[in-house]
Design a protein around this ligand. Sequence first.
Ligand SMILES: Nc1ncnc2c1ncn2[C@@H]1O[C@H](COP(=O)(O)OP(=O)(O)O)[C@@H](O)[C@H]1O
Ligand SMILES: [Mg+2]
Length: 292
Amino acid sequence: MLNGALEASKSNSLMSQYSAVLGNAILRHRARIAERAASVEAELAGRIKSEFITNMSHELRTPLNTVIGFSKLISEHQDRRLPDKDIVEFANLIHGAAGHLLSIINDILDISKIQSGKYTLDSSDLSLGEVVEAAMPGFRLAAEETGVRLGHRIDPALQPVRGDAVKIRQIVTNLVNNAIKFTQEGGLVMVEAARRPAGGAVLVVRDTGVGMSDEEIRVALTPFGQVDGARSRWREGTGLGLPIAKALVELHGGRLQIRSVKSRGTEVAVMLPARHQVSIAQARDAVLGAGL
Ligand SMILES: Nc1ncnc2c1ncn2[C@@H]1O[C@H](COP(=O)(O)OP(=O)(O)O)[C@@H](O)[C@H]1O
Ligand SMILES: [Mg+2]
């Protein structure tokens, strides 16, 4: 009897020693895993940061070099005796580069205003169809250069929506520029504005381009996020167009939806409500929630 009790207490103490050792081992293992995860995260954050800095410096430096280089050539005109047509061409290059720089700076200001909730919209009755019609000629050159066919269709039954025509045009521009930019030669980009059966209007920009996976869509909607950020970037950009478009849609009380299939194409649908409901908080949350 006594022996039995002794045996039991011995095995109890062995068990508790064993569980203490096991517990410590588990804690050490967990600590190692957490350490490793933190270092992987830090490495990833560092890589994204340096990728971002490289990309932004490239985006800013390219047009600045054009401005500096060609204005210098013009300033040396007395010695170089440049023909008129060269001077005009250089001035046009400087004008284009400066406009590009301005649009990058405007995008950065827009995203920071949206994030701080200080973005305001004008509100008037407008026709989505007219906004699309007015914007289309501006895309022709880019489409021709890329060898992409570009079409548009406006629903005659379209009703006016309330909103800010300049911002709606910015949404159209950002989406169509992306569709052209990420579609290979011979592809098709189609822009449609239609009446929604439930009221309001829908803008659909469809392309037969490179497409995105679900994870890539998530990255694309993050401010400054670009799919294939590093080596395989084959088009320039700052990664702000899509998040700005989404936030502007949400400021109108609307919704932006992306459906995409890798190597097949992308469809971005923008649903605008019939009545204007400004929701600055909603748009800001959408952008902040996307990762910054
Ligand atoms: N229509 C599209 N087809 C394929 N990829 C796209 C499309 N639109 C956007 N993307 C991806 O989303 C990223 C972010 O787009 P955006 O915010 O407009 O930035 P940017 O055009 O400056 O790269 C792009 O770099 C691209 O990888
Ligand atoms: Mg873009």
